[in-house]
Write a protein of this length. Structure first.
Lengths: 197, 1010
């Protein structure tokens, strides 16, 4: 009987000791986990365009963390949906409103026609439009995210969304077509000459 | 001379060399082409900035573009001639895209500009030598086009152990460096010596592949002759031994760590071409305007090396080398391993072009289709960077960018060895290039989105701060009012005092700070100007600027002091006024409280008159009340005396009181008179009437005196006072005439009453007087129409707001109706609101009419332009708003049509109505514009110009609006090409646009004629 009690006593003591160690470790080595909202927000493109139905990217990130669909971000495109699906470990669903890949655009004000109403300035979520009342406005194109929000308020319709063209400095090689397809621009083809000899 | 040790690097391949073909002929010198195309971005980094304009004449060697930032370079005219254009031209780039280029048409004279060699390069500072190299446009000629001076600067970070000259030229077909070494051996060695002096390296080694025996011999012979310390390391032929990192491994057995540069381990690499260019720049003053290029390939009858001017079109070179068009299947710039296919031959030679390969089909056959990876591992064996190409391929294919980066994708030198050995013909390098670009894009996007986020958050914070400030102000106002009403004895008001005081101090401090910032900015600007003046040696400017700078510095010191003291000083000063006010309030409340208490006590005392205690209390309260009243009076006096503005309202208050007295007296008088009429013999009543009459007169006199006082007040108050007086005069007139009428009535009832007759005469006189006064005053306000105008525009505004409200409501209802088409109640409401809207619009139109033609009114000429401008601006905005309304209505219509809604007709009507409205406004706008242009015609010329400009601008706006309309219609028409109405509208709009544009042109012409 004593042995049984001894065994139980030892086990209890061990449990208490390890419990104490674990408890201490939990407090001492507590890792401040990156909250999920921040991680989602980091993936979103930060255009602050409101096309998802939320006033900005962070509110949408919060909504996603509360279970909203991950496919509501047209500027991010399918890539963002994929990244969100990877992060949240859910299935990647097709982008809401078509498979169109986003085209990078910037707003351009036709400055001759601007009447200086400042409406676009108020609409711009990232303060990328310069101007004052009754003065011509202009877009800081480097800062413009192409969110579209300034187009609608313009009373004289003088804002165009212009595609950012590819220059020789921003151009990149396209992905090869994959197995079974003949690729142009292949290099290192002297091998064939060697084979022919 | 000892032979340095040669080590080995991992991987590498042995493709057929094919170098003999281009070495059959001696160095060629092609003729001048018709034009030279000089792209502004021939190097890594920012594109250069053009220094010349179209039409400028340049001499050979003149700088035509300068560096634009750190990683940029100069560009020089390769021959003498005229700049015929600066435009976008196809450039030598795998994308086949165009880029900005300077186009030079040679004049054939090939006339050199004056060259200034840097003879004393040994004596002057190294930085100056580097700057000189930069100005001569020297960049790395091995392939990447890295500006040489930047690379040399980087070499100073660590002490150099090795300076390696890259003469390996490992890529098949290319022999340009080989030919360069043979032709310019001495220049090369001298160039190396200059660079050696600049970088102070211990060992200088030329790495050269063993397939160039002639070049090796020439070099070794010369070095022996000169007893140079430069060593020649002959490395075995293996591709890609010419890669920078591979050559370093070959010659020093050191590996450049991942993500670092050779300079980080004390090694510098330079291409032979660069060394020769450095020599020519420093010893001859010759900028980089030509280079050695290999023309080879089976499609050329005369493959050879040429010394070619930069900017020469490839076509020109191919012609020179006898191209057989039929045999040509692929044109490659660079070698077969790392080069890229050109779409056409009209691209120019740039600083990094080392080879042009015109290959036949047999030479470079079309690649086999890609097959699945069989994991043979041959690519790993071939990779000179010791990477795992197969892993990288998986990650590239599945877009696992992070993993690809983790497997050191960015250490890939894109040499193509893996693709060369791949039995499945997988274009591995293209995968890597794509993935690298993806990763770079992702990084850039991340940076950009971070910036956007920051800006967004900054904006949000600013908005929140603004809202909070407003809220705080509101609370402060409330807080000031509330505690006074509730619990005046508590210290709460003190808190309220402190709150408004703090922002004031803040404001003062802020202002001082802003001043300080401005002063600092000024100082900076002045210092800059001073520096510039010193640089350009404008001595007379320097002293003036120096004094200015000193002054600015003094200012800043003062301001600094001010900023430091401001927060302390400000609050005390500012708190005084509101405190006074608050104290007055408090005192008032005290008075009220004391009197209330007193009343209560008195009441109690009345009920219980013998209570001694109560009596004492009453006495105490009375004393309290007196004391409170005293302080209040004192404070009130202070407050009144302090702000001058307070005098006026006080005065008008008194006037009001007097007026009330007058009214009271006259009422009493009237009553008494009535009684007297009923009972004419009552002497008492008569006496009363007389007494009342006296009272009334007295009151009126008092009132009149007070009335005249405000008019004599300060000048700025004159205008409102004037109108007030006018009002009063009017009232007087009315009063007098009423009295007169009454007396006349009485007189009619009682024709013999002499007293009444006298009264009537009296009244008639006073009426006339009053009328005269009114007339006099009336003429005055005519001079002050601006006061009248705002009233009108206020009404106008109100009407406009009504319209807007009505239309908003209507819209909302229509929306609801669209959702719930059967709801008859809603329909009824819609109709109602439409009516209301129409009413409001009509009212607005009525108001608009006078506003639109302000010049016709009696408004004095002086006020006209201002009023004009005001109306015009308003009209302009109206036009824009109307335009937007049309737009919105049209959108609603299209939506309705899309949805097949029954609302279509009404919406169409709405659209036409909105359009009509917009047109009306536009017309008014034009009229207004014309009026504004005509009105000041006789005024000064400047005003005329301004008006004209305004008109021009307006016309521009009109034209733009018309254009926008046309565009919109076109878009709609595109969407629905069958709609006839749209076509008609479009043609009408186009016509209008033409008209507007014609008008605009006319105006522009007039402006030019001026």
């Amino acid at each position: 009987m004593f042995t049984v009690l001894l065994a139980i006593g030892i086990l209890v003591a061990l449990a208490l000791v390890f419990g104490a160690i674990l408890g201490y470790a939990n407090v001492r080595f507590h890792v401040e986990g990156d909250p999920i909202v921040d991680q989602i927000d980091a993936i979103l493109p930060q255009t602050q365009c409101g096309q998802c139905g939320h006033p900005g990217c962070r509110p949408y990130a919060e909504a996603i963390s509360n279970g909203e669909a991950i496919n509501r971000c047209p500027p991010g495109g399918q890539a963002t949906v994929q990244a969100l699906a990877d992060l949240l470990d859910v299935e990647a669903i097709p982008l809401d409103g078509g498979e169109e890949e986003p085209v990078q655009k910037v707003a351009v004000i036709r400055e001759d026609e601007c009447i200086g109403c400042t409406k676009c300035i108020q609409a711009c979520p990232i303060d990328a439009i310069l101007g004052a009342a009754k003065q011509m406005h202009t877009v800081i194109s480097d800062e413009c995210t192409g969110c579209d929000l300034c187009v609608e308020p313009c009373p004289v319709d003088c804002i165009d969304m212009v595609e950012v063209g590819v220059t020789s400095r921003t151009w990149s090689w396209e992905k090869p077509q994959g197995v079974g397809v003949q690729s142009a621009h292949i290099i290192a083809t002297d091998r064939q000459t060697e084979a022919a000899q | 001379m000892q032979t340095p040790p040669v080590y080995s690097f991992h991987g590498g391949i042995h493709p057929p060399e094919n170098k003999a073909q281009s070495l059959q002929l001696p160095l060629g010198k092609p003729s001048l082409p018709r034009e030279l195309i000089l792209p502004l971005g021939q190097h890594i980094g920012q594109a250069s900035r053009p220094l010349v304009e179209v039409g400028a004449k340049v001499k050979k060697g003149e700088a035509i573009a300068m560096n634009n930032g750190f990683l940029s370079s100069f560009l020089h005219a390769p021959t003498s001639g005229t700049i015929s254009a600066i435009e976008s031209r196809p450039i030598a780039h795998p994308s086949g895209l165009s880029d900005m280029s300077i186009i030079l048409t040679p004049d054939g004279a090939d006339e050199w500009t004056e060259l200034e060699p840097l003879a004393n390069w040994k004596e002057i500072g190294k930085t100056d030598v580097l700057a000189f190299l930069s100005e001569k446009g020297i960049i790395g000629m091995g392939g990447a086009g890295f500006p040489t001076q930047v690379k040399l600067q980087g070499a100073h970070k660590h002490p150099l152990t090795h300076f390696i000259i890259n003469a390996a030229e490992c890529e098949p077909y290319i022999t340009a460096d080989d030919m360069l070494i043979r032709e310019k051996t001495l220049e090369l060695v001298l160039g190396i010596e200059i660079l050696q002096h600049i970088v102070e390296a211990e060992n200088v080694v030329i790495g050269i592949e063993d397939n160039k025996p002639t070049a090796i011999n020439a070099l070794q012979q010369l070095l022996r002759e000169r007893q140079s310390s430069i060593q020649v390391a002959v490395v075995p032929t293996k591709y890609p031994s010419g890669g920078e990192k591979q050559l370093i491994k070959l010659l020093t057995d050191k590996e450049v760590p991942s993500g670092q540069y050779p300079a980080d381990i004390g090694i510098l690499c330079q291409n032979v071409g660069t060394c020769v260019a450095v020599y020519e720049a420093i010893q001859q003053g010759r900028p980089l305007i030509s280079r050695y290029t290999t023309l080879t390939g089976d499609a050329l009858k005369a493959p050879q090396n040429v010394e070619v001017l930069l900017g020469t079109p490839i076509d020109h070179l191919l012609e020179y080398a006898d191209l057989q068009d039929k045999k040509l299947s692929r044109l490659v710039m660079g070698g077969p391993m790392m080069g890229f296919t050109l779409d056409s031959g009209n691209v120019p030679v740039v600083k990094t072009t080392n080879c042009v390969l015109a290959a036949t089909k047999k030479e470079l056959p079309a690649p086999y289709p890609e097959q699945a990876c069989i994991r043979c591992g041959m690519c790993e064996q071939a990779c000179p960077a010791s990477l795992l190409p197969q892993q990288l391929l998986w990650f590239s294919k599945s877009q696992e960018l992070e993993k690809a980066e983790h497997y050191n994708l960015f250490d890939c030198i894109e040499c193509g060895a893996c693709s060369y050995v791949c039995p499945s013909s997988i274009p591995l390098v293209q995968y890597y290039r794509h993935t690298k670009a993806e990763i770079r894009d992702t990084r850039e996007a991340a940076v950009k989105s971070d910036i956007a986020k920051q800006r967004f958050e900054a904006r949000k914070a600013r908005h929140e701060a603004e809202a909070a400030e407003k809220e705080a102000k509101r609370l402060a106002r409330q807080g000031a009012a509330k505690p006074a009403a509730k619990k005046p004895a508590k210290p709460a008001p003190e808190k309220a005092d402190a709150a408004p005081a703090a922002p004031v101090a803040d404001e003062a401090a802020k202002k001082a700070k802003v001043d300080l910032a401005i002063a600092k900015a000024k100082l900076k600007k002045l210092e800059k100007a001073l520096l510039e003046a010193q640089e350009k040696e404008h001595t007379e400017e320097i002293s003036a600027l120096q004094t200015q700078v000193d002054e600015a510095k003094k200012d800043i010191a003062e301001l600094d002091k001010l900023v430091a003291s401001a927060p302390a000083a400000a609050p005390a000063k500012k708190a005084a006024a509101p405190a006074l006010n608050d104290e007055a309030k408090k005192a008032k409340v005290d008075v009220a409280l004391a009197s209330t208490k007193l009343k209560k006590a008195e009441k109690q005392l009345a009920e219980d008159p013998d209570n001694q205690e109560l009596k004492d209390k009453v006495a105490g309260f009375t004393a309290d009340l007196k004391a409170a009243q005293e302080t209040f009076d004192k404070l009130g006096g202070d407050v009144k005396a302090a702000p001058a503005t307070a005098a006026k309202p006080a005065l008008s208050d008194e006037a009001k009181k007097a007026k009330v007295d007058v009214a009271l007296a006259s009422t009493k008088l009237k009553k008494a008179q009535k009684q007297l009429a009923e009972d004419p013999d009552n002497a008492e009543l008569k006496a009363k009437v007389e007494g009342f009459e006296n009272d009334l007169k007295e009151a009126e006199a008092r009132f009149a005196k007070l009335d005249s006082a405000p008019s004599a007040q300060a000048a700025p108050a004159a205008k409102p006072a004037l109108s007030d007086e006018a009002k009063k005069a009017k009232v007087d007139v009315a009063l007098a005439s009423t009295k007169l009428k009454k007396v006349q009535k009485q007189l009619a009832d009682e024709p013999d009453n002499d007293e009444l007759k006298a009264k009537a005469a009296d009244f008639e006189k006073s009426l006339k007087e009053a009328e005269a006064r009114l007339a006099e005053l009336d003429s005055a306000p005519a001079a002050a129409t601006p006061a009248a105008k705002p009233a009108m525009s206020d009404e106008y505004k109100k009407a406009k707001v009504d319209v807007a409200l009505a239309s908003t409501k209507l819209k909302k209802l229509q929306k609801q109706l669209a959702d719930d088409a059967q709801n008859s109640e809603l329909q009824g409401k819609v109709v109602e609101f439409k009516k209301a809207l129409k009413d409001a619009e009509a009212r607005l139109a009525a108001l608009e009419a006078p506003t639109a033609a302000p010049a016709v009114t009696e408004a004095p000429v002086q006020a006209a332009p201002a009023a004009d401008e005001e109306t015009l601006r308003k009209l302009k905005i109206d036009a824009a708003i109307a335009k937007a309304a049309v737009k919105k209505a049209e959108k609603a219509l299209t939506k309705a049509i899309e949805l097949g809604s029954d609302d279509k007709d009404s919406l169409e009507q709405q659209v036409t109505k909105a359009k009509a409205h917009a047109e009306e406004i536009e017309k008014a706008l034009q009229n207004g514009g014309q009026v504004s242009a005509q009105a000041p015609a006789d005024s000064a010329n400047a005003a005329e110009d301004a008006a004209f400009k305004e008109r021009l601008k307006k016309q521009k706006v009109a034209a733009a609006l018309a254009k926008a309309q046309v565009n919109k219609l076109k878009r709609q028409l595109d969407a629905d090409p069958t709609a006839e109405s749209l076509q008609q509208e479009l043609s009408a709009a186009e016509q209008k646009q033409q008209e507007e544009e014609a008008k605009l042109e006319q105006l522009t012409n007039t402006q030019e004629n001026r």
